[in-house]
Design a protein around this ligand. Sequence first.
Ligand code: ATP
Ligand code: MN
Length: 537
Amino acid sequence: MEQTIARNIISLKHLGIRTGQIHYQLSPETLTEQTLLQGQGEISATGALCIRTGKFTGRSPQDKFIVKDALTANTVHWNNFNMPIDEQYFLQLRQKMAGYMSEQPALWVRDGYVCADDRFRLNIRVINEHAWSNLFAYNMFMRPTQEELKTFEPDWIIMQAPGFEAEPKLDGTRSPHFAIISFTHKMILIGGTGYTGEMKKGIFTILNYILPQQQQVLSMHCSANVGRLGDTAVFFGLSGTGKTTLSADPNRQLIGDDEHGWTKDGVFNFEGGCYAKCIDLTAEKEPEIFAAIKPGALLENIVFVPGTNEVDFSAKDITENTRVSYPLHFISNAKSPAVAGIPRNIFFLTCDANGVLPPISRLTREQAMYHFISGYTARVAGTEAGVTEPKSTFSACFGAPFLPLHPGKYAQMLGEKLQQHDVNVWLINTGWIGGAYGTGSRIKLSYTRAMITAALNGELDDLKYELLPYFRLQVPMHCPGVPSEVLNPRKNWPDAAAYDQRAAALAHDFVQNFEKYASGVTAEILAAAPVLHNDQN
Ligand code: ATP
Ligand code: MN
């Protein structure tokens, strides 16, 4: 039924795609059934569709290109994440891809949109080789009503075919897999990889280009939620730092878990769903996310407990980056529409495997700018035997791989907003305490949650703070729900001298990383840099 209607209204001929069957706008149930029928998935004990994304189980940032043309040549900040490609290659690949798609017995097409604030809405048409990729699009982008579909015109098109590979020598790519954005043609081509996250981050990249330049909206790699009194909080952070986990809070309405815009009136979600990590997920620690794994949810790259359909959330057999996508309303207290007022609190999340940064500290405006531009986190380098040293990562604005403009643009906009509004900014270390990775341990999620709750409730406002050396961060001496000895890293390391050594090394990394921004910021922001010596002894 759905399919018959679909064939009448959707044609892809203008893209050079002539295929037998187009499955248009199918329901999650039908997409799930089709995936099962094609032997591409299984159903978990709680009813979620489990698929494997293939060779790629994560994004491939080195294979993402932006077409360099009259529009982008002088507006895109060309760097390792924004690599130029000639329009000629884009056109050639689009044609080849259309040929490949035309050979498929069927394609899946879905119309959706992004930006919960109607003023900025962009319609997206997604064309997929597989049904399960199309379920991801259903979950992650916003879902137009039947009425809206009648007049739907796509602003942007994504063509995604995991089975189509480029020929690097002929097609101007680095590898057979690629994601190419053309702002002129308003298209994203994704080939050679089935990792679904490429679709959402492709759209995030275009919004990070369009919104700040054309709409004066600050686009942000952050999660967001709102309290009963209408107080908005946003949580910036690189991958794995806790955006999704910490924004799911039973006492606050969820706005979104990853991508938002900040307008003159408030914040809004770009997406219509969440994309949560599943590794070591438990119902006790993350009840909201756990409960969202039900029919309609799409689980990626997990394995079952042998002989059952129970997901083994601890298993890393395929990847550590196991994921689940689900529509926003699968979280019981999600806000609809996903918009809220001007943030009262901003959290910068870092997962510091060096164990140097305090679990919570309050930032001055200048420190906030310094840490925003730095975008620090330190993940453990790998899970392979022997690789145990944390690797410091600096990613401007907590999202360099997705930012087509110079980081200074986003930083300037945040700076103006911090000046304009009364906002508290907190730095949260969701990583190691009591030592670096290897000797210390990851801070308990319940402690991090308690610290965030205390900050949001104003319970940290009138407390005593102490100043941490090197980073000169204001650390509260007490926090409700958290043992006080957890709060000051220099005191909770077994050996203060070892802490000093590690802190000095990290301070050095910060300063070195910041050199490229030094000439573009004020003296006050520069003065918020860490110092290389313990200035308190
Ligand atoms: P991405 O941008 O890749 O989606 P993210 O910022 O949303 O990443 P999460 O998906 O929230 O990151 O991942 C944080 C992971 O760290 C989760 O698996 C969570 O269970 C785990 N974790 C452990 N301890 C903590 C803590 N104290 N605070 C936050 N997360 C923690
Ligand atoms: Mn996330």
